[in-house]
Write a protein that binds this ligand. Sequence first.
Ligand SMILES: *Cc1c(COP(=O)(O)O)cnc(C)c1O
Length: 226
Amino acid sequence: MSEFDLVSAKVTGNLAQVKTSIEKAMRRANRQPDDVTLVAVSKTHEAGTIRHALTAGHRVFGENRIQEAISKWPALRAEFPDIELHLIGPLQTNKVPEAVANFDIIETVDREKLARALANEFKKQNISRPCFIQVNTGDEEQKAGISPKDADKFIGFCKDLGLDIIGLMCIPPLDDIPAPHFALLRKIAARNGLEKLSMGMSGDFKSAIGQGATHVRIGTAIFGNR
Ligand SMILES: *Cc1c(COP(=O)(O)O)cnc(C)c1O
């Protein structure tokens, strides 16, 4: 087999395996397998590798850097027009116009200045994009996200600005058991009437599904190590 075929077989096989694991976890949680969206996280992987997942029929992807997304995705979108690209990394306000132009869903709204910049940009371009609010469930100093204690107020602030907030997103602390963080995110979402929960990565998506994840963001298990 050529290198191309090997990479293709690996990505296609991994993707099928991940989908099967997700389905099993959903059944175990007494949930409908269709009620969760797999966001395939393709950061650091080149367009050629991503194309194998597209050829296998996958359409929902996540990237964490604007410039990298701009260098890869316009060409892929020309080939596969129904792609849905999620921004899952930190967003600086000066990058908001590019983020809005290149991503379909923004998962990392986490502060008032950014919420205002997004609202202004949507108005200016006369468009809207569904957004998630990122919650720093572990209150980690170095991590992005609104603190859980400020979340209710911030969700209200974003809604008042007219942002289309569909749910919450979190990345639990590396060294913690993730389930309590997922449960906390679900609780904050429920009391604010938000339906979507973006939580769970390669190492903890089964736990996240048990706690109600509607979006799991999986990179390594599909594309390999970065
Ligand atoms: C990289 C990344 C992921 C995917 O992590 P894996 O462990 O490779 O599955 C998920 N969410 C965010 C925010 C990321 O930056």
